[in-house]
Ligand binder design. Structure first.
Ligand SMILES: NC(=O)C1=CN([C@@H]2O[C@H](COP(=O)(O)OP(=O)(O)OC[C@H]3O[C@@H](n4cnc5c(N)ncnc54)[C@H](O)[C@@H]3O)[C@@H](O)[C@H]2O)C=CC1
Ligand SMILES: O=C([O-])CC(=O)C(=O)O
Length: 265
C-alpha cells in the first residue's frame, strides 16, 4: 500500500482525496493531510491536521505538496528526512536556488526522490528533449481572466474590475515573475527548469478580460528544432487561480508510480 501525505487540502488536495476514495488510485491510501489553519472539517476527518508534528508522525511513502511556496520552504526537507519521496507543485518556490539545492541534498542523503510534476502545463517532455540538444530561447505566456489575478501584484498595476483590453502585468525572467505571482505561474518555473533555466526563460503574464479560462503557451527554439504548445484550461471552482486539470494531473502522476504500463514521461 502506497501511503500518501498531502500538504494542502484545497483544489489539488481534494482531487487526490476524491480519486483515492473512488478507487481510482489502486493500492494507495491518503494517510494524512496538513492544512494551514485549524478547521472544523478536521473534526470530520481526523486525518486532516494543521499541526506539522502530528502530520509527520505518520509513516509516509510519498508527500505531495499542493499548498504554496511557504509550505515548500517549511516542510519539503522534513518530508524527505522522514524517508518520503516528494512531489512539489509550488515549483516557483525553487526560484530560490539555494532552497532547491537544500531539498535535493536532503533527498540524496535520505535515498529519496524529488518530483516536479507537469501538473498544469503540458509539453515539458518535448521541451526537456529539445534542451538536450541546446536551446536558444524559450518563452511561456500565462493568460488568465482578471478575476484570477485578484489578490496578486497585478492589483497594484491595473484596475482588474474595469479592464477592457488584455493587460501585460509582467514581462521578464521567470525567476522574477514566478516569485511575484506565487499562486498563478508555478508552471513557468516548471518550464524554466525543464528548459533553459529560470534566468533565461521569458515569462509574459497577461490579465485578459476577453477570456474565462487559463490560456498558457510555451514556445522554444533550439538546435534540434522548435516547438509551440498551447493549452486552454477550465479554472477550478475551488480556486479560480488554479486550473481544474491540475488535481487530475497529479492523480495521473501518482498512478504512474505504481502502474505497470507508463505512457509518456
Ligand atoms: N505547478 C502547477 O501547475 C500548479 C501549482 N499550484 C500550486 O499549488 C498551490 C495550491 O493550489 P490549490 O490547491 O489551488 O490551493 P488552495 O488555495 O485551493 O488550497 C491550498 C491548501 O493548502 C493549505 N496551505 C496553505 N499554506 C500552507 C502551509 N504553509 N502549510 C500547510 N498547508 C498550507 C491550505 O490550508 C489549503 O488547504 C498553489 O498555491 C500553487 O503554489 C497551483 C496550481 C498549478
Ligand atoms: O493552474 C494554473 O493555471 C497554473 C497555476 O496556477 C500555477 O502554475 O501556479
Amino acid at each position: 500500500m502506497l501511503r500518501i501525505g498531502m500538504l494542502g487540502f484545497g483544489a489539488i488536495g481534494k482531487r487526490v482525496a476524491e480519486a483515492v476514495a473512488a478507487g481510482q488510485l489502486e493500492g494507495t491510501e491518503l494517510t494524512a493531510a496538513l492544512v494551514r489553519t485549524p478547521r472544523t472539517a478536521a473534526a470530520e476527518r481526523p486525518d486532516i491536521t494543521h499541526d506539522p508534528d502530528w502530520f509527520f508522525r505518520y509513516r509516509l511513502d510519498v508527500v505531495v505538496e499542493g499548498a504554496g511556496h511557504q509550505a515548500v520552504r517549511d516542510h519539503a526537507v522534513r518530508a524527505l528526512d522522514g524517508g518520503a519521496d516528494l512531489y512539489v507543485t509550488s515549483i516557483g518556490a525553487f526560484t530560490d536556488t539555494a532552497l532547491l539545492e537544500r531539498v535535493v541534498a536532503a533527498a540524496r542523503a535520505n535515498g529519496c526522490r524529488v518530483h516536479l510534476p507537469s501538473a498544469g502545463i503540458g509539453g515539458l517532455d518535448m521541451l526537456a528533449s529539445l534542451a538536450e540538444g541546446g536551446l536558444d530561447e524559450a518563452t511561456i505566456t500565462v493568460r488568465k481572466d482578471p478575476a484570477s489575478w485578484k489578490g496578486t501584484a497585478a492589483e497594484a498595476l491595473v484596475d482588474l474590475d474595469t479592464l477592457t483590453q488584455p493587460h501585460t502585468v509582467f514581462d521578464g525572467p521567470v525567476r522574477e515573475g514566478a516569485r511575484l505571482y506565487p499562486q498563478n505561474v508555478n508552471i513557468s518555473a516548471a518550464t524554466a527548469l525543464a528548459g533553459i533555466g529560470l534566468d533565461r526563460t521569458r515569462l509574459v503574464i497577461i490579465a485578459d478580460p476577453a477570456i474565462t479560462t487559463h490560456v498558457c503557451e510555451i514556445s522554444a527554439k533550439g538546435r534540434l528544432g522548435s516547438m509551440r504548445f498551447v493549452e486552454d484550461l477550465v479554472p477550478s471552482p475551488e480556486n479560480r487561480k488554479t486550473s481544474t486539470l491540475v488535481g487530475h494531473a497529479i492523480v495521473k502522476t501518482l498512478r504512474n508510480r505504481t502502474a505497470t504500463l507508463v505512457i509518456g514521461g
